[in-house]
Design a protein around this ligand. Sequence first.
Ligand code: PLP
Length: 410
Amino acid sequence: MTVCSINKPDMFPEQNQIIDQISESVIREMTRLAEKHQAINLAQGLPDYPCPSLLKAHAQDAIGADENQYSFTYGLKALRDAIAAKLLKRNQLQFEAETEITVTCGVSEGLMATVLALGEPGAEFILLEPCYENYLPAVLLSGATPVPFTLNAPDWHIDFDELAKHFSHRTRAIILNNPMNPTGKVFSTEELREIAMLCQKWDTVALCDEIYEEMVYNEQRHISMASLPGMRSRTVTIMGFSKTYSVTGWRVGYVAAYEALSARIRKVHDYLTVCAPTPLQHACIAALSLPEQYYDDLKRFYYKKCRLFCLGLEYLGFRFAYPEAAYYVMADFRDIFNGNDLKFSDWLLIDKGVAVVPGSSFYFSKKKYSRMVRFCFAKKEETLVAALRRMGRKIFRDHYRHVNKNGLLV
Ligand code: PLP
């Protein structure tokens, strides 16, 4: 006799439910495999160094002061006020803390709440690929249809005539990740303007994930889509604390959108998570009080890692566009390995003890194999050097094994 009804085989008679179209995240799977194989984890975007001690102290103080209960669902008022001040100062965006800013459990939840608030069967979301894995499941779970648009490697430029063909009266939103994971691309002001024009023409929302806003390597400041003329009222800006302050495990982010849209997003957010962790919200207020120097140092910190790691990859024979921002590089391995991205990732993991993400995980239009993998360089320099050394020895040995006397791969 079956006691638990969930064991009944006919509980899941159909394999055409939305959930069956969704796979578990490959990025997070690679972290589990890295642990299993004791590999260096260059797969998931998580630092192996501590967050600023000021943040730790404030989190500990908040727990000690019994700030351990639910906060208002939209987030602590003091944090929303601090976010409103930050948006004005650093992003030239004016949003009301009371009605237009919502604190979420990371950008991930902010994104899910927004897509669920906007999506419905018949609506379409344009996704620029290669893109962060979470976007596709969010769109599918909302019942809407994902419409992929592929950026052109190696410099990840956009063919705007082609992009225009993907917009229609069904387009509810375009999801824009700027700066972009996994490519390290920063959208130029011209590109943002072109996208803004398309959004205005088709009455479409720009759903902007700007989690890497503080890691742009040139002298320029990050430009938020919502700061462009006419875009405040059709943009949802999602930012977070995970990357800027190295607290990926805290799960605090925020969504800024005009009042009517925020009201819809807040309803979903409330039922998804109730609120972000209260003591950590307190510590995030302290994070926003860090001086300008912190952000200058942060850029330099990541730029140095980027140079070190990318020079190493170049030396090993990978081809790639140097990242302009964020802490990833999508690298083409076709000159050093004869096989697809899954085989290459397996080989790196098992033979070399380095975990990476197969490039095809960031594409969904053609779930074809790729000749690229993504490396994350948000690691201590010694970790990066150790990973390069591990890859170096073996790659060169195998490289020569596969190369004929004319220097061509066989
Ligand atoms: N958006 C992008 C583009 C990311 O790369 C990541 C994490 O790697 C996230 C969102 C997740 O952000 P959070 O930790 O705030 O949920």
